[in-house]
Ligand binder design. Sequence first.
Ligand SMILES: Cc1cc2nc3c(=O)[nH]c(=O)nc-3n(C[C@H](O)[C@H](O)[C@H](O)COP(=O)(O)O)c2cc1C
Length: 209
Amino acid sequence: MSAIIPLPEIGYAGGLDIKSAIHERVSVRSFDNRPLSVVDVANLMWSAQGYVRSGKRAVPSAGATFPLEIFLAVAENGVEGIEAGVYHYRHHYDKDSHSLKTRYNGPVIDELAAACHGQGCVEQARAVIAVLSEDERTTTRYKERGVRYCHIEAGHAGQNVSLMAVSLGLGTVMVGAYRDDEVVKALHLKEGIMPYYLIPVGHPVKKLD
Ligand SMILES: Cc1cc2nc3c(=O)[nH]c(=O)nc-3n(C[C@H](O)[C@H](O)[C@H](O)COP(=O)(O)O)c2cc1C
């Protein structure tokens, strides 16, 4: 597999309107085995940190310091055509933008679930979106207050992802209960990057009527 996986461009038509998406969103913690499509992944990544127009992304950022980085942990058969592993969403680079850069190929979800105290929603996820922050990009300008801004920005990204998931017919839950250092290790990341949110995604298990 190539180290760079280009993602399909975002189509703006279709999906739920924003009011319905807000109304329908609930935490989903049980997922079936159906894989996500690459189009699903493209939309989810874009909603978290995608480029929308010159210098602008899908979420606001204090002083446009943009501290957030989005990673994707993919389960075995979690995403059609993408191997299990960890990928970095590249959103604003001159080349290879709107793509996934392979960081690690191999099993990752079990270790990630263990870092999350064995939560079943992580174990069952087809993919887990990780919202991480290089706080220094923001604290260099805003000092201590910049940490608050990074937390707020992670919330913007997380909310966009959860509403996008609803719009795509997928389920998510926001996960904040985990050991930071173990998450960083499971995702094969460098130390010092703060994992502010994990967002397991999958097709909700259909409830019997
Ligand atoms: C910051 C934050 C951290 C959370 N962490 C977890 C978590 O670790 N595990 C989990 O199952 N749910 C977690 N949740 C989801 C909440 O339990 C859930 O949003 C709440 O029960 C309200 O239900 P709803 O999302 O269906 O409206 C978290 C939510 C937030 C906002």
